[in-house]
Design a protein around this ligand. Structure first.
Ligand SMILES: O=C(O)C(=O)C[C@H](O)C(=O)CO
Ligand code: ZN
Length: 274
């Protein structure tokens, strides 16, 4: 069983007029991880689909989703799946992959039905694709590791790049996650935008009473959204995506758009942030 919700794209002039609830209804995504369900949000920013699947004792099947207008979900799409739970299985066509927590499966266009089972909590990202790239399980040791930040700036962290041109082939999808060191709370500060690609974040590894104040908006018009554990957020191409937590945390980032160049960013000068 799956549920899908559509989120339309809005421009930055409209976004700066929104109050907290309106801002959240466009960009914040909660309740992705309910046992026995596949939840999907179809974003019109680069048509990225953001979802969650928690099989529990059963098996969840992703085959046809009316929002894509195709006979099979992956007919013209590729997909990345991150397991943020315990070990679980993802079956793609006839082949089954066992994913430990922290591992990502890249699934190429045209791969057929996808089934989820076991104790995983699966975070799903899918973008339109133009060719079939090989499906591949990417373990932590295969990911490209980029240490960044410092204790002094409270942003010491490691970026793990999983779906990245140096690791696996994909069409549009670029995906991985960042883990903050204990005591560090800031992600992606100094902030950046990349009008060529949109981005989505999923915050995880937070306890129930800790929050991340996620920053969005044009650099001269920042707004914040308060994020709990396992909340996702859509970052439009015109927006910064940064955050400060009340404790350290991890977050999964993923992008889709015109290029797959992770370093193609427009840095926002600290003095220009408002
Ligand atoms: O900690 C960070 O900095 C990030 O993880 C940045 C994101 O990966 C990003 O915004 C990529 O464009
Ligand atoms: Zn970014």
């Amino acid at each position: 069983m799956h549920e899908a919700e559509t989120r339309y794209a809005i421009d930055p002039v409209t976004a700066k007029t929104l109050d907290t609830e309106q801002l959240r209804s466009h960009f914040h995504i909660g309740n992705l991880f309910a046992e026995g369900n596949i939840a999907l949000v179809y974003s019109h920013y680069d048509r990225l689909i953001i979802g969650g699947a928690v099989p529990g004792d059963g098996t969840l099947t992703l085959d046809q989703v009316p929002e894509t207008g195709t006979s099979m979900f992956l007919e013209r799409r590729e997909m990345g799946v991150l397991n943020i739970g315990d070990t679980g299985k993802v079956k793609v066509g006839d082949k089954s992959y066992s994913l430990d927590g922290g591992e990502i499966l890249y699934i190429g266009m045209g791969s057929g039905v996808v089934e989820f089972s076991g104790s995983g909590r699966f975070y799903i990202l899918s973008a339109p694709a133009h060719r079939a790239c090989p499906t591949r399980l990417i373990r932590l040791e295969d990911a490209k590791m980029v240490p960044l930040g410092s204790k002094e700036q409270a942003n010491e962290r490691v970026i793990y790049q999983f779906i990245h041109p140096d690791v696996v082939e994909s069409c549009q999808l670029v995906m991985g996650y960042t883990q903050l060191a204990s005591g560090s709370v800031w992600n992606t500060m100094p902030a950046h935008t990349h009008d060529r690609r949109m981005e989505a974040y999923l915050y995880f590894d937070l306890s129930d009473d800790e929050k991340v104040f996620h920053l969005m908006g044009e650099p001269s018009q920042t707004r914040h959204l308060v994020m709990g554990n396992e909340d996702a957020v859509i970052s439009p191409p015109w927006s910064i995506h940064s955050g400060a937590g009340t404790a350290s945390y991890s977050f999964c980032w993923a992008m889709a758009g015109d290029n797959v160049d992770f370093t193609d960013m427009d840095m926002a000068a600290m003095g220009d942030l408002r």
